[in-house]
Design a protein around this ligand. Structure first.
Ligand SMILES: Nc1ncnc2c1ncn2[C@@H]1O[C@H](COP(=O)(O)OP(=O)(O)OP(=O)(O)O)[C@@H](O)[C@H]1O
Ligand SMILES: [Mg+2]
Length: 495
């Protein structure tokens, strides 16, 4: 458990505050009830003593001690009610003493007198007598004839203690239960409260430079969370603007460079073809022409990639048999392989249909085969294969060439990255081929993976989604593709 997390800290605070409040509450309830029960019992005993003193003792001189005994026994039944009652004359003479209680929990004979002074003097105490605690109240009554009597009355204190004990047990049992419930509830509540942040975080993690048009969900809470999501969306919008600006700039720059480069290339070609050129100059012209062609290729690649980035690369959505496309492309590039005495095999499953832009998909195959041939030494082998697993189409281009070092592997799809700069430049590479492959795969909802070991060869795997089999397609002979090829597939809903 992460003890620094907001959820943990808030729950801990909440639980400690609740526990503190509950302990305080329990303590005050306990003290309050203790006082109340104490006071009630005292009041009851005082009332009983007063009624003995006020109603019975007045008649004592006329009616005698036996009458008093029977009156007290009849009205207060001390033995049955576990009450202690004693009436003493002031000179110490005993007038009445109650019988021991039936349960013999205390002995009335051993309960001491409390010294009192003045009329209606009062003493109160809790005594331990035998096995029991007794609450004792003692009142002094002065008669008209000058004599004085002390009425002492006691009741077991156990009743009060039993109630208090019960309360203590209840509080001790319920307080931890309430705190545990508060911890569980608090944790759950915090989780609920923080869930929108989780959603924002997950969505934010999925937003990269390629899908900056996406936005985070705005939580309509009218508080900091809503402000956070709107501000983050504002930031993403500004980033999107900046990215678009950069992409448009690269696309515009590449586009602008294209025409002068083509003119330059044509001019150089026409000069190079001039028969009377001195040999040295002709060689220089040839080299300049090569460089111009290289430059044109780079500009063309840059234009492609920045258009894909900006989402401007108009993509046809046609049904393409990836297997056939790969096999025919491999055949077209056969000469390139033969030049280096590399054997090239291509095989494909039947009917591996994907939906996308034919020219772009072909570019993926060309770039991968071009690399395989370029980075495989003489007498090597290149295999191109297309298969389908029912869910996605798989294009594989494998070679047994120089391979890629483990530290270079994560970078090969980066723009202008070349694992071996000297060799790559020699072969005319600019490091944009795989970046284009990745961008095209991404635009088709697919991905490209690589397995390679230095000195052993490389294996590129492109996975593209197969055409949705739930849709019925019909061939539209009238429609003509951008490149002039007829036969664009259109999708119509199944009826
Ligand atoms: N089949 C392969 N075998 C070994 N290394 C490879 C292979 N394919 C790519 N690489 C390495 O990855 C780097 C990047 O490849 P990428 O195709 O992007 O650039 P390039 O081939 O150098 O230039 P370009 O494709 O733009 O002409 C290459 O420079 C090369 O070092
Ligand atoms: Mg390449």
């Amino acid at each position: 458990m992460n003890t620094r997390s907001l959820r943990f800290r808030m729950t801990a605070w909440y639980a400690s505050l609740l526990a503190g409040a509950l302990v305080l509450f329990s303590a005050s309830v306990y003290v309050g009830l203790h006082r109340y029960l104490d006071l009630s019992l005292r009041r009851l005993l005082t009332e009983q003593a007063q009624s003995i003193g006020g109603e019975l003792l007045i008649q004592l001189p006329q009616k005698g001690p036996d009458w008093l005994k029977s009156e007290i026994n009849e009205h207060y039944a001390p033995s049955e009610n576990a009450r202690f009652i004693r009436v003493n004359r002031n000179d110490g003479g005993l007038v009445y003493l109650s019988e021991p209680p039936k349960n013999e929990s205390f002995d009335p004979a051993v309960i001491p007198m409390h010294p009192t002074t003045g009329a209606h003097d009062y003493a109160s105490n809790v005594e331990i007598s035998g096995r029991q605690k007794l609450m004792i109240e003692q009142l002094t009554f002065r008669m008209r004839d000058g004599s004085a009597y002390a009425v002492t009355i006691g009741a077991p204190y156990q009743q009060v203690e039993t109630v208090l004990h019960g309360l203590l047990l209840t509080l001790a049992g319920y307080t931890p239960l309430m705190v545990s419930l508060a911890i569980g509830g608090g944790y759950w509540l915090m989780r609920r409260a923080l869930r929108p942040i989780d959603v924002i975080t997950q969505r934010a993690e999925g937003i990269t430079s390629t899908n900056l048009s996406q936005r985070l969900p705005v939580i309509q809470t009218g508080d900091e969370l809503q402000r956070l999501s709107t501000s983050l969306n504002g930031m993403i919008a500004r980033l999107e603007g900046a990215f678009q600006h950069i992409n448009r700039f690269s696309a515009d720059a590449s586009h602008e460079l294209r025409t002068p480069l083509t003119i330059l290339q044509l001019e150089l070609e026409s000069i190079a073809q001039h028969a009377q050129l001195p040999r040295a100059l002709a060689e220089q012209m040839g080299s300049a022409l090569e460089e111009t062609q290289r430059l044109s290729r780079i500009v063309e690649n840059l234009l492609t990639i920045s258009r894909l980035d900006a989402g401007e690369g108009r993509m046809e959505k046609v049904r393409v048999d990836l297997g056939k496309l790969a096999v025919s492309t491999a055949e077209q590039m056969h000469l390139l392989a033969e030049e280096k005495l590399i054997s090239m095999q291509s095989k494909a499953d039947e009917q591996v249909w994907v939906e996308g832009d034919r020219a772009r998909l072909k570019q993926v195959i060309v770039n991968l085969i071009d690399n395989a041939i370029k980075y495989t030494p003489k007498d090597g082998a290149v295999v191109v294969a297309v298969t389908s697993d029912g869910r996605s189409a798989r294009l594989e281009v494998a070679d047994n060439g120089i391979g890629i070092a483990a530290d270079a592997l994560p970078h090969v799809f980066e723009r202008f990255y070349r694992a071996d700069k000297a060799r790559s430049r020699e072969s005319g590479g600019s490091g944009l081929g795989l970046a284009i492959v990745k961008a095209i795969c991404g635009a088709h909802g697919g991905e490209v993976k690589i397995v390679s070991r230095e000195g052993k060869g490389s294996h590129f795997i492109v996975e593209l989604p197969l055409c949705d089999p739930g849709k019925h397609r019909k061939f539209d002979h009238e429609k003509v593709g951008e490149d002039g090829r007829p036969g664009v597939w259109t999708t119509i809903a199944r009826t």
